[in-house]
Design a protein around this ligand. Structure first.
Ligand code: AMP
Ligand code: MG
Length: 425
């Protein structure tokens, strides 16, 4: 299929059914419309943790810079060592990490060397200290202490070579990358600017924390889960509060959010019955598609553009917000942040500890707890009631059991796909 140029064109494609859109299809459609940030900041490497590299990094050095010892022992010439007996060598100096031996190792000589110590000229191998004894006559090296020339020696440039591309643009900077940059003497890097994400909750029934509740009113929790999930992804968050289901107020909120941010996320107001006036409003302000995703929870989802901003209209139910965020928004934000390695959340197999009831037709994301069984294999058990309003199910869970659309009831012992929540964002 050719990439559609606009969302409206997309909505005319033959295989497009907004009333039952498979999860993968929705994810792929969203992907077609994402254009990553381009603005670049230059920061100290510590400030670059969890950000995305904006240019390739080329190594200015060989790492390590010199041949050096991989262990504490004796730097020797392999050719000096007897094939089948002990060899006694003369100690001529020491090479410590950071304090090299400046002379040369000649025939019959050895230098005491420590891990990271520069290999002295003339020596080609290191005998580990356990295989040598220092005596008044010299250093006695056990027979066969070095199997072949070059043993226990680290070579200059074996980790990184000068001029080599170490990291490509789009690389996320994790602790290992910070360490590697430091090992190259690089103290500043160019990263993409943070994504600005504005969000608000919609609903006449919602009150913010700190306000009293009248009959039938509830506290807005979605702004807090969204705040948490967005902060974990290192986004700049703009919390725009609660907006009641009043067309004028919603229009104002959508307009100012889109003007201030790269991405606008709302919760509530996209389900059947509520969608109609929101739809009319968004048709006026931008280009937005309303989908019923073939998934549970998280069926209604709106996606599109308002002004220059990407827009995600998430369902109102607290669990649905989190599931749709993890399954659709998270990937999209990573792409928008400039990451080059974005893949769907990884899945692996675990064994069901108890049966699951499921009606075929939709992909289900059941909240569950993954734990080792007595034999050390991974087993998974759902958290119980899977209602989309039961936020405690997310809190108790450490994974989703992902049940494909065609799956029905499953017995205990069945293998199922699991997505880990821990460490994900
Ligand atoms: P809606 O999609 O607006 O019809 O909302 C679906 C359900 O989620 C309703 O029971 C709402 O009261 C609830 N809900 C919507 N927004 C929030 C929110 N921000 N915090 C907690 N519950 C919400
Ligand atoms: Mg609502």
């Amino acid at each position: 299929m050719e990439t559609p140029r606009t969302l409206r064109e997309l909505s005319c494609a033959d295989d497009y059914d907004p009333n039952s859109l498979p999860v993968d299809r929705a994810r792929a459609l969203i992907r077609e419309f994402l254009s990553p940030v381009t603005a670049i900041e230059r920061v100290n490497i510590r400030a670059a943790l969890d950000r995305v590299l904006a240019v390739d990094v080329v190594s200015p050095l060989d790492v390590p810079g010199h041949d050096n010892s991989a262990m504490d022992g004796w730097a020797v010439r392999f050719a000096d060592l007897a094939k089948d007996g002990e060899t006694t060598l003369r100690r001529v100096g020491e090479s410590f990490a950071g304090k090299p031996f400046n002379g040369e190792v000649r025939n019959g000589e050895a230098v005491r060397i420590f891990t990271g110590g520069v290999m002295p000229r003339g020596a080609d191998s290191v005998v580990m200290q356990e295989r040598a004894t220092e005596t008044p006559e010299g250093v006695a090296i056990a027979a066969g202490a070095v199997g072949k020339a070059g043993q226990n020696r680290r070579f200059a440039g074996e980790d990184l070579k000068r001029g080599e591309v170490v990291f490509r643009k789009g690389q996320p900077l994790r602790p290992a990358e910070l360490g590697m940059l430091a090992s190259l003497g690089i103290g500043e890097v160019s990263i993409f600017r943070r994504l600005r994400v504005a969000f608000f909750s919609t609903g006449d029934e919602l009150r913010s924390v700190g306000q009293p509740l009248a009959a039938g009113e509830i506290y807005d929790s979605n702004r807090y889960t969204l705040f948490g999930m967005l902060s974990r992804l290192n986004c700049e968050v703009l919390d725009m509060g609660v907006v009641p289901d009043v067309p004028d107020l919603l229009e104002q909120a959508f307009t100012s959010a889109a003007a201030a941010a790269d991405v606008v996320i709302t919760s509530g107001g996209v389900s059947v019955g509520e969608a109609d006036f929101v739809k009319a409003l968004l048709d006026k302000l931008g280009e937005v598609l309303f989908w019923k995703i073939a998934m549970k929870p998280g069926r209604p989802l709106a996606y599109g553009r308002i002004g220059g901003a990407h827009f995600f209209g998430l369902p109102g139910n607290p669990v649905s917000v989190m599931v749709t965020f993890y399954e659709f928004v998270r990937d999209a934000l990573l792409v928008l942040q400039g990451r080059s390695d974005v893949a769907p959340m990884p899945m692996f197999k675990a064994t069901l500890a108890a049966p699951i009831r499921k009606v075929p037709g939709r992909t289900e994301f059941q909240r569950a707890v993954l734990s080792p069984d007595s034999a050390g294999s991974w087993q998974v058990r759902t958290t119980g009631d899977q209602g989309s309003g039961i936020l405690s199910s997310m809190s108790r869970a450490n994974c989703f059991v992902v049940l494909s659309a065609d799956t029905g009831n499953l017995d205990a012992g069945s293998p199922v796909d699991v997505q880990l929540l821990e460490g994900l964002i």
